[in-house]
Write a protein that binds this ligand. Structure first.
Ligand code: NAD
Ligand code: TDX
Length: 337
C-alpha cells in the first residue's frame, strides 16, 4: 500500500480529496496534516476518522514535517491560506503558510527523496481582459495580482526551482475556481447559497461581469489523482472545465433561480480592489496526455447539476455553517461588501 500525506486535508478541496481517495483509490493509506485554521474543519473528516491518520499541525513546523514526510511515499500539498479578500486585509499568514510552508515541505521532500504533487491556482497568471479570447496554458507567464495569488506564484516558483536545481520528483497543477460541498462560506458560491437560506439577498461585487472558469471539486480531484498516478515528473498541468463563458452575474442569477427566488433577487456591493476580470484555462495537455475529462458538466452553464447538488448540501448541513455566518458577514460589512 502506498502512503499518501495530504496537507490541508481538513479544508474544502483537501477534505473532498480525502473522501474521493478513500472511495476511488483505496490502495492508498492516508495521513492528513492540518493546522485547523478558521478554514479547516475536523467535521469535514468526521465520517472517515477511523480510516485515516489525522495530525493537527503546521506545515511550517520543520521537525513535524520532516517526520511525516519521512514516513510517507507521496505528499499532496493543498494547505494554504486561500481567500483573496482576507489577503487584502492581512497578507502575513499568506506569506508564512504559502511560501515558508511550501519551502518547509520541499526541504523534507529533498532530504527524504519522496514524491510531491503541489496544488496551485489559475490566479498565478493574473487576469485576461473580458474580450480576450485567450486561455492560460502551462507556459503563460506569471503575473499575479493579489497577496494571495502572489504567494501562490512564489510557492510554484519554489517547486520549479527545487525540481530544476535539486532534481526532486514533483508535479504541479494549476486549477480554476472550485465549487462543491465543504467550501467555506466566505467564498462566492457558498456565501450566496447561505445568504438565501438565511433570507438575505446575495451580494455581487461591482458589475459582476468577471469570469471564473468554474469546476466541480470532484473533477479537480480526479485530475489530481491522474497526475499522481500517470503525470510526467517535473511537469505542470492546467486543470479547467471550459466554463469561461460564465460570469459572476450569471452564477448569482442561476443560484437565485435554483433556490426559488426571482432572477434579480440580489444586490450590488462594493467591488474588490484589484479585482481580476477574467480567468480561462486551456486544459488540453491534461486531456490529451492523461485522458482526463470532467464529468460534472452540462450544456448551458456547465454547472446547473453540480450547483443544485451543492445547494442541497448546504441546505442539509445547516449546523456545519450556521455558527460562522454572522462573523463572516460582519467582516464583509466592514468593507461594504
Ligand atoms: P481552504 O482554505 O478551504 O483550506 C485550506 C486548509 O489548509 C485548511 O484546512 C487550513 O486549516 C489548512 N492550513 C492553512 N494553513 C496551514 C498551515 N500553516 N499548516 C497546515 N495546514 C494549514 O482552501 P481550499 O479552497 O481547499 O484550497 C486548497 C488548495 O487549493 C490551496 O492550495 C489553494 O490555493 C488551491 N486552489 C484552490 C482553488 C479554489 O477554488 N478553492 C482553486 C485552485 C487552487
Ligand atoms: O460575495 C462575493 N461576491 C462576489 O461577487 C464574493 C465572496 C465574491 N464575489 C466575486 C469575486 C470573484 O470574482 O466572485 C468571484 C469568486 O470569488 P471567490 O470565491 O472569493 O474566489 P476567487 O477570488 O476567484 O478565488 C478562488 O479561485 C481561485 C479561490 O478562493 C482561490 O483559492 C483559488 O485559487
Amino acid at each position: 500500500m502506498k502512503k499518501l500525506l495530504i496537507t490541508g486535508g481538513a479544508g474544502f478541496i483537501g477534505a473532498n480529496f480525502v473522501h474521493y481517495t478513500l472511495k476511488h483509490n483505496p490502495e492508498y493509506e492516508v495521513t492528513v496534516i492540518d493546522k485547523l485554521t478558521y478554514a479547516g474543519n475536523p467535521d469535514n473528516l468526521a465520517s472517515v476518522l477511523d480510516k485515516i491518520t489525522f495530525v493537527t499541525g503546521d506545515i511550517c513546523d520543520r521537525n513535524l514535517i520532516d517526520e511525516l514526510v519521512a514516513k510517507n511515499d507521496i505528499v499532496v500539498h493543498f494547505a494554504a491560506e486561500s481567500h483573496n479578500d482576507n489577503s487584502l486585509r492581512d497578507p502575513w499568514p499568506f506569506v508564512e503558510t504559502n511560501i515558508i510552508g511550501t519551502y518547509t515541505i520541499l526541504e523534507a521532500i529533498r532530504k527524504h527523496k519522496k514524491r510531491l504533487h503541489h496544488i496551485s491556482t489559475d490566479e498565478v497568471f493574473g487576469d485576461l481582459e473580458l474580450d480576450d479570447p485567450d486561455r492560460f496554458t502551462e507556459t503563460t507567464p506569471y503575473e499575479p495580482s493579489s497577496p494571495y495569488s502572489s504567494t501562490k506564484a512564489g510557492s510554484d516558483h519554489l517547486v520549479r526551482a527545487w525540481i530544476r536545481s535539486f532534481g526532486i520528483e514533483a508535479t504541479i497543477s494549476n486549477c480554476s475556481n472550485n465549487y462543491g460541498p465543504y467550501q467555506h462560506i466566505e467564498k462566492f458560491i457558498p456565501r450566496q447559497i447561505t445568504n438565501i437560506l438565511s433570507d438575505v439577498k446575495p451580494k455581487l461585487y461591482g458589475t459582476g461581469e468577471q469570469v471564473r472558469d468554474w469546476i466541480h471539486v470532484d473533477d479537480h480531484n480526479s485530475a489530481v489523482h491522474m497526475i499522481i498516478e500517470a503525470g510526467v515528473l517535473g511537469e505542470t498541468y492546467i486543470i479547467g472545465a471550459d466554463n469561461d463563458h460564465v460570469n459572476n452575474k450569471m452564477v448569482i442569477e442561476l443560484i437565485c433561480e435554483l433556490m426559488g427566488k426571482g432572477k434579480d433577487w440580489y444586490e450590488h456591493v462594493n467591488d474588490r480592489p484589484g479585482h481580476d476580470m477574467r480567468y480561462a484555462m486551456d486544459s488540453s495537455k491534461l486531456r490529451r496526455d492523461l485522458g482526463w475529462t470532467p464529468v460534472h458538466t452540462d450544456n448551458e452553464t456547465g454547472m446547473r447539476d453540480g450547483l443544485s447538488q451543492t445547494i442541497d448540501w448546504y441546505r442539509d448541513n445547516q449546523a456545519w455553517w450556521q455558527a460562522q455566518k454572522q462573523a463572516v458577514e460582519a467582516k464583509y460589512a466592514e468593507s461594504g461588501q
